[in-house]
Design a protein around this ligand. Structure first.
Ligand code: ADP
Length: 624
């Protein structure tokens, strides 16, 4: 029979290699997804930055327009005031009564109406003669601003623009100056003074802050002077040269500012990113500058990139998750495919093995059937031999009692002869009555002979097993005793038969008779030298035991012989065991008897009784 072989199933080693391959593939997938996610992140970030840059440029245009408008609103005001007769009159004669008051009132009114932080007039020495804030505690009147660039520039070139922190008010502002030319007769005279309009741009900063925009304005030196974030103000983009620092400090342009640089290496190129020191919000952003050459300023718009960064991160994460989900789905599908393939291979291997097994089994079955047939034939042969043996045993038993049988037949024959002779005599005498009586007795004698012969024929007949029928124990015992009648008489044996007439067993009659004959012959042999010879037959009914469905009859054949020697007790049922001399016994009687009894479903046992041996036969009872 073939054994299950591991080679029949998908091999384990390739499967491990497969798993190893799957591991490498998994890493490759992970790397690819990571690379893709990174690429998507960078692309999304780039796109986001482009968008931020475009938006920044748009905002920058607006911011520039607003800043320029704030300046433009006041740019012509100093020119107009420089032409004013009252202004010129005051410069011409500062001591004239009412001149200062008139100019003060005028400046105050115009400042109030235009929203300018301050309007004031200086003489050629920089001494302030009149100012819009003449009546305020920090009035400019009487102060000299001759060192201030806006005064010096106006003197030198006729007009000036300057952003700085006011030395009196400490308020920053844009100073727009215009030289006032004294008018004497025809044509322009020498510069008599300078009129200045100070514009407060801090409102603009407030607006930027409220709009959440990051805007800076730097001057020609790169110093931020206007910014949405107060911390960025009065700080250069990059560290200043010492000379520049000194110059700005001397002019007190940005008050007491320490001019700490905003960045270490200056502003980036337009469109680049910048990280500004920031108190609250993230200062990182894309910077877009626009130059305002007429003012010498640069406007910087910083668009924060945090949102673009977060959005890119989100897009990349979504891509990563989608890729992972796709990879998992693909992996699951391929795993399922692999599993199905493996299952199919396994199923095929199993089917192959089952087919082999089935083939092996049917082979074994055929062999088994042949063996059974052989065994049946052997059993039949054995059975036939056994039957022959039993039959031979029976004939042997007959042989043992042949002398008695001979005598049994000879006796009536002799009687018949005597009757015949006497009948002839009585016939001659004409004694008809006696002749008739003799004939009657002769018929009886021939009947007796016929009966004996029939009995012998029956007994010698070949019988097979399976002819079981109800047999009365008493009748069977009687038939056996009948065959032994002569010997019993010759040996002077007293027979005691106590078998209930209704004791019926299931047996094959001739064979049962053979067993009884054997037991009786053995008993007679054992009693040969006994002083008293008594053969006793008794039967008792045995009800069915709990484990046994049928009841039985126990028939005891007891004699008053020598009994069975203790050392022979275990061997008397062995074939060819005999204690008798050659010619007397073959040693087959008990072994064949127990064979017959076992065949009938009963048992045979031997023991020693009070005087001789007791052979007990148990046979299944046959209920009437
Ligand atoms: P055989 O009668 O030819 O010896 P058996 O098988 O019938 O063979 O008996 C075997 C032996 O059992 C006998 O030789 C005898 O020794 C012993 N045996 C049988 N029946 C009795 C008996 N009733 N009393 C004493 N011995 C017996």
């Amino acid at each position: 029979m073939s054994q299950a072989h591991p080679a029949d199933l998908p091999a384990a080693a390739p499967r491990r290699a497969l798993l190893g391959g799957a591991g490498a593939r998994r890493w490759a997938w992970a790397a690819a997804i990571l690379a893709l996610t990174l690429a998507v992140f960078l692309l999304a970030l780039n796109a986001g930055h482009d968008q931020v840059r475009r938006a920044a440029r748009q905002r920058l245009v607006i911011a520039e327009a607003v800043l320029r408008a704030a300046f433009d609103r006041y740019r012509s005001l100093p020119t107009v005031l420089a032409l004013d007769t009252q202004v010129q009159g005051l410069l011409a004669d500062p001591a004239a009564s009412g001149a200062v008051a008139a100019v003060n009132a005028k400046f105050e009114a115009i400042a109030g109406a235009s929203g300018a932080a301050a309007i004031y007039l200086m003489d050629a020495n920089g001494l302030t003669l009149g100012a819009s804030n003449w009546n305020q505690p920090l009035s400019f009147v009487g102060s000299t601003y001759a060192y201030r660039p806006y005064f010096l520039d106006a003197l030198a070139s006729g007009a000036s623009r300057y952003f700085g922190v006011g030395t009196t008010t400490q308020q920053p502002g844009l100073f727009i100056g215009k030289a006032v030319v004294a008018r004497g007769g025809e044509g322009a005279g020498p510069v008599a003074g300078v009129v200045v309009v100070k514009v407060d741009l801090e409102g603009l900063e407030g607006e930027w802050r409220r709009a959440g925009e990051q805007i800076l304005v730097s001057d020609a030196a790169g110093i931020v002077f206007l910014a949405s974030e107060p911390g960025w103000k009065y700080r250069p983009f990059r560290p200043l040269a010492a000379a520049d620092t000194d110059r700005i400090r001397a002019a007190r342009q940005y008050g007491d500012s320490d001019l700490r640089p905003l960045l270490e290496d200056g502003p980036p190129d337009p469109g680049g990113t910048i990280r500004l020191p920031s108190a609250g919000r993230a200062g990182r952003g894309i910077v877009e500058p626009v130059a305002m050459p007429d003012l010498g300023w640069t406007l910087w718009y910083v668009a924060p990139t945090g949102a673009a960064f977060r959005q890119a991160l989100l897009v990349a994460a979504a891509t990563g998750v989608a890729c992972l989900a796709l990879a998992f789905a693909l992996a699951a599908a391929s795993q399922k495919r692999r599993r199905l393939r493996a299952e199919q291979a396994m199923r095929l291997a199993l089917e192959r093995r089952v087919a082999e097994r089935t083939h092996d089994l049917s082979d074994a079955n055929a062999r088994l059937r042949a063996e059974i047939g052989e065994r049946e034939r052997a059993t039949a042969a054995l059975r036939a031999t056994q039957d022959e043996l039993i039959h031979a045993g029976r004939l042997a038993a007959l042989g043992q009692i042949s002398t008695a049988i001979n005598h049994e037949i000879n006796q009536p024959l002799a009687a018949l002869r005597t009757f015949l002779a006497s009948t002839a005599v009585f016939l001659e005498r004409g004694d008809e009555a006696t002749v008739r009586r003799n004939l009657q007795r002769m018929t009886e004698v021939t009947q007796r002979i016929a009966e004996i012969i029939r009995h012998l024929k029956d007994f010698a007949r070949k019988t097979g097993p399976g002819h079981c029928e109800p047999v009365r124990l008493a009748a069977a015992a009687e038939a056996a005793l009948d065959l032994l009648r002569v010997r019993l008489r010759a040996d002077g044996v007293a027979v005691e038969c106590r078998i209930p007439p209704d004791a019926t067993v299931r047996a094959e009659p001739v064979r049962l008779e053979q067993v009884l004959l054997n037991l009786m012959v053995n008993a007679l042999d054992a009693m040969r030298d006994a002083p008293e010879r008594r053969l006793s037959l008794s039967a008792a009914h045995e009800p069915a035991s709990p484990g046994d469905s049928a009841s039985s009859w126990r028939l005891a054949v007891a004699d008053s012989g020598s009994g069975i020697a203790a050392e022979h007790m275990g061997r008397i049922f062995d074939p060819f065991f005999t204690t008798k001399s050659a010619g007397e016994g073959l040693g087959l009687g008990l072994s064949l008897s127990s064979l017959i009894v076992r065949d009938l479903g009963g048992s045979l046992a031997a023991e020693n009784g009070e005087r001789g041996a007791v052979l007990t036969l148990v046979l299944p009872a046959m209920e009437a």
